[in-house]
Write a protein that binds this ligand. Structure first.
Ligand code: ATP
Length: 233
């Protein structure tokens, strides 16, 4: 479904991605793990079209989308839920969710919203409240819910459990697992490498802008290098 080859990205003189290759098959949950500053967020930003690739190609369903604008990528099913609970605080929970469906012209907005509410019942209970009043975990759910309204074929998730208490983090990853089981292809960036690899079909380890290791979630969990560097063992 997604084939990334020789990808480079920069911030001015800083090379954030250097010759990176990644493949994601349809229906897979792929985890990207790596230290702070390794380039995980940059990769998601380049995939969603928010940040320009300096070199390399990105193919989606065999089509070269390297130069495609971000909003056109949403239209073909690539949707990102950003890091850090970027919700619109003064707007209601429901309006935040509806924003994610702004492109839909198929009259299925209501139906889609019910699906999203069934994944996150707490958002339904609090739908009339300002998003800024939600707890951190609920705002994270809202950011994911908004991305789901676009009807993604490939969902890009940046640190969905960041800063959450362990129980809430587990709850978010349970929903991610459920979305995969429902057929959504997912690229997941997570600081919590153990939890992410435990639910991933495939994992990639990124160091200084390059993939240094790839394998099934289980293989990486059992790898001595990964254990030492990312699992604190
Ligand atoms: P984190 O877990 O901290 O988000 P990451 O693996 O997602 O880390 P990136 O945020 O992609 O890493 O950063 C990759 C590199 O690019 C780092 O060297 C970082 O300092 C640099 N970088 C990221 N954003 C910017 C920016 N806006 N301006 C300049 N340099 C940046």
């Amino acid at each position: 479904m997604l084939e990334v080859t020789g990808l480079k990205a920069r911030y001015g003189p800083i090379e954030a991605l250097r010759d990176l290759d990644v493949v994601v098959a349809e229906g897979q949950l792929v985890a990207l793990v790596g230290a702070n500053g390794a380039g995980k967020t940059t990769l998601l930003r380049v995939l969603s079209g928010i940040h320009r690739a300096a070199a390399g190609t990105i193919r989606f369903d065999g089509v070269d989308i390297t130069r495609l604008a971000a909003h056109r990528r949403v239209a073909i099913g690539i949707c990102q839920a950003p890091e850090g609970r970027q919700v619109f605080g003064p707007m209601s929970v429901e309006d935040n969710i509806l924003l994610g469906g702004y492109r839909r012209r198929d009259g299925q907005l209501g139906e889609r919203m019910e699906e999203v509410y069934s994944l996150f019942p707490v958002l339904k209970e609090r739908r009339k409240q300002p998003a800024g009043m939600l707890s951190g975990g609920q705002q994270q759910m809202l950011a994911i819910a908004r991305a789901l309204m676009g009807g993604p074929r490939m969902l890009l998730l940046d640190e969905p459990s960041l800063g959450l208490a362990p129980l809430l983090a587990a709850e978010i990853l349970r929903v991610v697992d459920q979305l995969r089981k429902q057929g959504t292809t997912i690229v997941l960036v997570e600081q919590n490498a153990r939890a992410a690899l435990a639910i991933a079909d495939l994992g990639y380890v990124i160091e200084t802008g390059r993939i240094v290791k790839a394998g099934s979630g289980q293989e990486l969990l059992e790898s001595e290098d990964v254990k030492r560097a990312y699992l604190g063992m």
